[in-house]
Structure formats: structure tokens, C-alpha cells
Design a protein around this ligand. Sequence first.
Ligand code: GLU
Length: 368
Amino acid sequence: MYLKDSKIIVIKIGSSLLIDDKKKIRKKWLTEFAKDIQELIKQNKKVIIVSSGAIAMGCKKLNINKKNLKIDKSQAVASIGQIELMNLFSEIFVKLKINISQILLTLEDTEQRRRALNAKRTFDNLFQLGFVPIVNENDTIATSEIKYGDNDRLASRVAQISGADSLILLSDVDGLYTHNPKIYKNAKLIKEIKNIDKDIEKIATKSISEHGTGGMKTKIDAAKICQLSGCQMVIANGLLSRPIKKITEENNCTWFLPKVSKLDARKKWIISSISPKGALIIDDGAKQALSNGKSLLAAGIKKVSGRFSKGDHIKVLDKNNYECARGLSSFSSNEIEKIMGHHSKEIEKLLGYISKSEVIHKDDIVEV
Ligand code: GLU
């Protein structure tokens, strides 16, 4: 499928693309990159940028070296640098009329279902508002045990949560080579990888890559997450001008193909959840609608059992108390008690605020 048919695209850029070895900000590059984003938006694609650079920008501001920074100090440095980073994006992107927002995530936000679901909602709402979210790890509070530490894996989780079709990791190399291209003249760029086998892992550990935290190892880890989330991933050279355009036009990069479909991956994620928090008992009409792949609406709900919050994993039972589906509730149990049996159009009036019209969206429900 590659980029042409991708609706949601996550692009990760490393610190070295934003700041060069001499600590000079690569504004010209970022301007060209912004043109790429503008182009994607014109094609009606939704874009999320995962950008490193908080620590590098903080070091620049303080005129200190990144090396030997202790973790607590680096958190303060990241706090100083993150605002500089966003100012930089803001300065460049505003000229092209691209609206941006900031999202800072920790490991827990992506690993815990409810938080991940909330993050997904925020991404969706930002897309609707026409904004490009710019994500980084919340370095200021994440300690080493609960830290991603590299934005490659963070970006793959963001791709998974947001339901992205493609993740682009912009690096300082073209992709994964059979041998180190700086030493071996006959080294070949691997264009497509379906299976990450031992040979690929071996090549990746030997590869030299960008001076960011990651290197090729974390890119392969990211690719594994993407493959199981139904998202394709590409490692491409970000040092070039208009790097995204180059991917589509020249395709001189390494693609990792997904192993499962996106929807299957998401549904597996739903069903494999730890114990459901509650249940909804539904009527025959709603049961039939679920079998036809429709969402669960308030009108077909007869009873709520258990106490749960929005985003929680719940069971769906038929009128004989047999479990027929599982899903992620878009409403809390309290809210469902108020709206059950009613038409979706009445929800806003009953609750007093605007919310979703489906109690469980069809993408969030799996029949059992
Ligand atoms: N979150 C870190 C920063 O913004 C970068 C992590 C990485 O290099 O991947 O400085």
C-alpha cells in the first residue's frame, strides 16, 4: 500500500535532523519538511509528528554538552528544551499555515488501555480540528525505569494507538543495508522486509546509525510493534531535503510490511484485555446489529451491571445473559444508565453535554 493509500501517517524525526553537530538549528531543513507535511495535508491525510530534540535544544540554550548529563539534570534540560522545540516548530509551520499542537506522553500512557484510548480520542479530535499533533516523550517526569528513552518505540506505539497506516522513521541513513555501506562497497539496501528473522536482527545490531538514543536496534523493535499492529513502517533518510516526497518518488528506503490487518490487531488488543469491568445487557435487535458489524447504540441496551468508566473494557450479554461480545465503552456506567433505551439523538439532552453517539463503536467491539 505504501504512502499513497495511507490515511493516518506518523512521522518520527530525530534530534540530529533538527540540530547539527555544531549545535546549529537546521531551519532550512525544517522548512522543507514542513512543505512535505503541507502536501500530505492537501492530500487529506492525517499526520502526527513524533519529534525528539527537547534535550538537544535544552543543551543548546544552556550551552552545555549532552554527554554525561545525569537523568535528573536531563529532565530539567528537557523541560527547558521542549518549549524551545515547540517554538521552533511553531515559527516554521505557521508560515505555511499548518496548525500544530503538543502532546507529551510517558510509557504508562501508551501501555495502559484507558490512557491509550484517551490519547487516541485526543488525536482524533485534533485531526477533526485540523491540527497536527507533535508528540515527544514527557522526559521531565519519566524516570529511567518507566522511560521509553528513544522515540522510535514511542512512535510505533503512537502509530498503534492512533490507528496509523504508516510510520515513517526519518533517520540519517537510507534504511537497512545488507552490510555496513560505509565499509562494504557491495552493500545493498534492503527494500522490503516481511519477516524480521535472526539475519535481519544481526544486521541491525551491527549497523551504525544516527547519534540519537536509538540506533538501528530500536528501529527494529519499533518495526516489530508495527508489524503486529497492522501498520507499515519505513526507515528513510531524513537528511535529504523534502524527505517524504523522496520516499514516494524514489523509494530508496526500507519498508517493513505488516503481518496482520489493522482492524484485526486492534480487536485482538481489545479482546486480550484483563478482566472486564462490567456488562451491558442488550435486546435482540442490537444483537442482530452487532452480528452485522454495526456499533452498539443506547437504544438497544436493557441493563447495565458493574461500575465502569469511559474507555473501560466491558462484556456485552444478550437477554439470556450469554456473552455475545466484548468492547470498549465510550460512556461510563452512570452515563449509560441515563441514556439506555433512548435514541442516539437524545443523548446530548439527557446528559447535558455533547458526546459520542455510539455506546461501543464498531471498531471497538469484538463478537465472541
Ligand atoms: N525525548 C528525547 C528528546 O526529545 C529524545 C529521545 C530520542 O533521542 O529518541 O530529547
